[in-house]
Design a protein around this ligand. Structure first.
Ligand code: HT7
Ligand code: ZN
Length: 875
């Protein structure tokens, strides 16, 4: 298929002001009759042909303004409907299509999940329901009449407000929904099924009552309270933080078990992967609760950033996604701890987006070409997109940022907008030229900022030289410099920030140095003694700083930096230095070593009861093996990386045994469970301590873990203990796994944890076990959550076993990708992404990975999703 290009954008020849859908759901052969009103846009010549998108469609009948269309007036195939000579004035096409939702394994369009009919239309799923102008700049008002068997589907939901419902005879019933807000087809949704509901109510800031419903399979209502609470908090927060009020009489959320992604923001009817709705302490971990809170908020926030203002075309995806991620991150920061949330978000960015930006799949936050849009729901568009918004706020300040947001909502409400439209609002609000800043949307690649420092005692000046490099990426060999906000502090010997008497060499706004050139020499005057520079505080820009501080400077910052993020960063930088040196040593057959001063500083912080336990837990989490591999860059031997990682953790566990044991001993096993940030932080710290002690392999530590597993009263502690036992290959591991599945085998979301723990075990027998688990009755390749839990986590979170030297891990994942390519290409393509860093392996593994990739590329037929990723990965 040819690539789609941003430069080729042109509006459609026709607009669609209204759509009326009549959907007759049946076990076999669902009929959809769409009456679509068209008007000719200005500039379209009268009679210009109308071309509608379709995808695997079966047309039953076609009529124009109520009269059947003559066979020579149109052509129709599975993927296109063409009306050859439309009337010059407004007209309506009535098209009936026959669908078979039960065999729709792609989970795009109308499909069935455990008996429930549901839809997924973003990005291009609506064209699998009826022929349409299926693109985001065609906004229409929808009315939907649904009809189904009353027993099979007592619940009938669609977008907007309910209008009418009643009996349809023959055991069937109907409902009519009307959405007054014009929307693109990707926001269309319907749900029909036998579902239970938790209802509640929200009164908006202007006093309007909104009826809220969270729909789930029967038996699960007791597990939706947290999601409902998160929804109400999100609605209030959007009013308070962004002045955004909800705009319909109802807001419904439906949880389904079969879903390609996390959730979908359909207008007034959000559809969720049940993983992001269902929670009780027995089955959900603290991370699950935080995920539910964030995703519920994210989808709700789309009501304004995505739905009321949508994207002109799919190249503008970050307009809604980057902005909405930024909003959900801010929400979670306000609900929980801001520094802890920031550290967690930066870890995610580094582990997901940095490798994307540094590999064959690198693309700008706003791509300029794509072959398959589903492959651009990426960490770059979402997470780097959010970082770009955060930098914008840092640069123009909180007040101008809020004015810019207000202007954006006011000016573009009801529009399908672009990044240029968005930035123009901030340029106006801040009275600032943002042209150079806009490069963040156009240039791929993570910039490096090299820093050199010099203190002149006689002149009392402190000089920082900052040099940025934006690396070449596929299709972009040369780059212009970025506008980079560097939030900084000059930390004095007493740990406080030092004053200075003036600065030159770059614009400085408060505590932010603004880099605009490839190189800046920034001179601070009147600096009493040499400070330790604390740069990129709060991770003020998505770059790789290379400050080259000494070990003693870093341990100093670890202990004293006034910025919590940079305390953590200093610790991570130190750990990374040791991990990289250790990996090199292990590669040469040597022994990795840990720096005692670092471990002692870590011990002091971790043992400091005045600090937030969640922060202390994050300090204990040294960079992961994939992070180390990325830092190494090339000739990576994952076994050497793992040896280095293990050695550092054993060193920490051994040297800090007293403080870690004290943390474990201080745990109150009778404390009631609450899924709040404070409780989660305490559990994170205790479990990190238990895991590090287990890393030493001491029998007593493993016994204590096994006891913690058996006595656990919540899933966070149970899963943490199980993971430590299984990954440490403890003698108690198999019994614990058996006990877990015995108790939770009937709960799919818990089964996912059981599968993932085994798939991520860094053990030689793991691949055989994973292969055997594909035949387990609780596993199915039809279900994306099961597939991701077993195969996705094996491929992305088990570096030594996926990249086994004999290539068997690569071959296994390649076989799965080939198999899924036929049933669910979207999920297949996402799993395939695990190969993206194949070129950085040492030669033997590199050859094995390439062979596996070529086997995928050779499959016929090959979906566009998988072909696109495999071609770019091999290019
Ligand atoms: N806007 C949604 C992204 C999405 C999606 C969701 C489910 C299945 C397929 C999908 N394709 C794209 C989710 C979000 O970012 O809010
Ligand atoms: Zn989103």
């Amino acid at each position: 298929a040819p690539a789609v290009r941003l430069a080729d954008y042109a509006p459609t020849a026709y607009a669609i002001p209204t759509v009326a859908l009549d959907v007759r759901l049946a076990e076999t052969g669902t009929l959809v009759t769409a009456t679509i009103a068209f008007t000719r846009r200005d500039g379209t010549p009268a009679g210009a042909e109308l071309v509608l998108d379709g995808d695997e469609l079966d047309l039953v009948s076609a009529a124009l303004d109520g009269a059947p269309l003559a066979p020579d007036a149109f052509t129709a195939s599975a993927d296109r409907f063409v009306l050859k000579a439309p009337p010059a004035g407004p007209f309506a096409l009535t098209l009936t299509t026959r669908l078979d939702p039960a065999t729709n394994t792609k989970l795009m369009g109308l499909y069935r999940s455990s008996g429930t009919w549901c839809t997924q239309c973003e990005a291009e799923g609506f064209r699998r329901i009826t022929y349409f102008l299926d693109r985001p700049d065609v906004l229409s008002v929808y009315t939907v009449r649904m009809e189904a068997d009353r027993t099979a589907a007592p619940v009938l939901l669609a977008n907007g407000n309910p209008v009418e419902a009643g009996d349809a005879g023959d055991g069937r019933h109907f409902a009519v929904w009307h959405d007054p807000w014009p929307k693109p087809a990707y926001l269309f949704a319907l749900v029909a099924g036998d579902l239970a509901v938790l209802k509640d109510e929200f009164v908006t800031c202007s006093g309007r009552r909104v009826e809220l419903g969270v729909y789930v399979e029967h038996g699960n209502v007791a597990r939706v309270g947290y999601a409902m609470d998160a929804l109400k908090r999100s609605m209030r927060w959007d009013e308070e933080a962004f002045g955004r009020e909800y705009d319909l009489d109802v807001f419904n959320v439906v949880a389904v078990g079969d879903f390609n992604m996390g959730a979908m923001e359909n207008k007034g009817l959000n559809i969720f992967n049940d993983k992001y709705v269902l929670a009780d302490p027995d089955v959900a971990t603290d991370a699950d609760y935080a995920g539910i809170e964030a995703v519920i908020a994210h989808e709700y926030f789309h009501n304004w950033t995505g739905n009321r203002i949508t994207c002109r075309d799919w190249f503008q995806l970050c307009l809604k996604e980057g902005l909405t991620v930024f909003r959900d991150q801010e929400f979670s920061s306000d609900m929980r701890s801001r520094p802890v949330k920031r550290i967690a978000d930066v870890r995610t960015l580094r582990s997901h987006q940095f490798p994307e930006d540094g590999g064959p799949l690198a693309h700008p936050v706003r791509p300029e070409t794509y072959k398959e849009i589903n492959n651009f729901y990426t960490a770059t568009v979402y997470e780097k997109g959010a970082e770009v918004i955060r930098m914008l706020k840092t640069l123009i300040g909180d007040e101008a940022f809020r004015r810019g947001m207000d202007l954006y909502f006011e000016r573009h409400d009801g529009d399908a907008a672009t990044i240029e439209d968005f930035l123009a609002c901030f340029a106006e609000a801040a009275d600032e030229d943002l042209d150079a800043f806009a490069r963040w949307y156009r240039q791929a690649g993570t910039p490096t900022v090299d820093v050199a420092e010099h203190y002149d005692a006689a002149a009392r000046t402190y000089t920082l030289t900052l040099r940025q490099t934006v690396p070449p990426t596929p299709g972009q060999p040369d780059k212009l410099p970025h506008v980079i906000p560097v939030r900084f502090g000059l930390v004095g010997p007493n740990g406080g920030d030092m004053a200075h008497a003036g600065v030159s060499g770059a614009e400085v706004r408060g505590d932010v140095i603004v880099l605009t050139q490839p190189r800046h020499t920034v001179v601070f005057e009147g600096v009493a003694e040499r400070p330790v520079p604390s740069l990129f505080r709060g991770f003020s820009a998505p770059v790789k700083p290379n400050v080259g501080l000494s070990l003693s400077d870093l341990t100093f910052l670890m202990r004293h930096d006034g910025d919590a993020f940079n305390r953590w960063q200093a610790s991570s930088t130190l750990a990374m230095t040791m991990l990289v040196a250790g990996a090199h040593a292990a590669r040469r057959g040597g022994v990795p070593r840990a720096d005692a001063a670092y471990v002692d500083a870590l011990g002091e912080i971790v043992g400091d009861d005045r600090l937030d336990p969640a922060f202390r837990a994050l300090m204990l989490a040294v960079p992961g093996e994939n992070d180390v591999a990325r830092e190494l860059g090339d000739d990576v031997d994952p076994d050497a990386v793992a040896a280095s990682h293990r050695a550092l953790r054993v060193a920490i566990g051994t040297r800090l045994k007293p403080v870690l044991s004290t943390i474990l001993a201080a745990e109150d096993p009778a404390a009631p469970f609450a899924p709040d940030a404070a409780g989660a932080g305490r559990r994170a710290l205790v479990n990190a301590a238990g895991d590090l002690l287990a890393a030493t392999g001491e029998a007593a530590a493993l016994d204590r873990l096994a006891a913690r597993f058996s006595a656990a009263t919540n899933m966070t502690d149970r899963l943490a203990a199980l993971t430590s036992l299984v990954h440490r290959d403890a003698p108690q591991a198999d019994a614990a796994l058996a006990a877990f599945v015995e108790r939770f085998g009937g709960v799919p979301l818990a089964v996912d944890k059981w599968l993932a723990v085994q798939a991520t075990a860094p053990l030689g027998r793991t691949l055989d076990r994973v292969a055997a688990l594909t035949a387990h009755p609780a596993f199915s390749f039809r279900n994306p959550n099961r597939t991701r839990a077993l195969v996705g986590s094996f491929a992305t979170l088990n570096p030594t076993q996926f990249a086994r030297r004999d290539g068997a891990g690569f071959d296994f994942v390649a076989d799965v990708v080939r198999r899924l390519d036929d049933s669910n290409p979207q999920v297949a393509a996402r799993i395939l992404v695990a190969f993206r860093s194949w070129r950085s392996y040492e030669p033997e593994r590199r050859a094995r990975a390439e062979a596996a990739l070529r086997r995928i590329a050779a499959k016929r037929p090959l979906s566009r999703d998988v072909a696109d990723i495999v071609e770019r990965t091999l290019a």
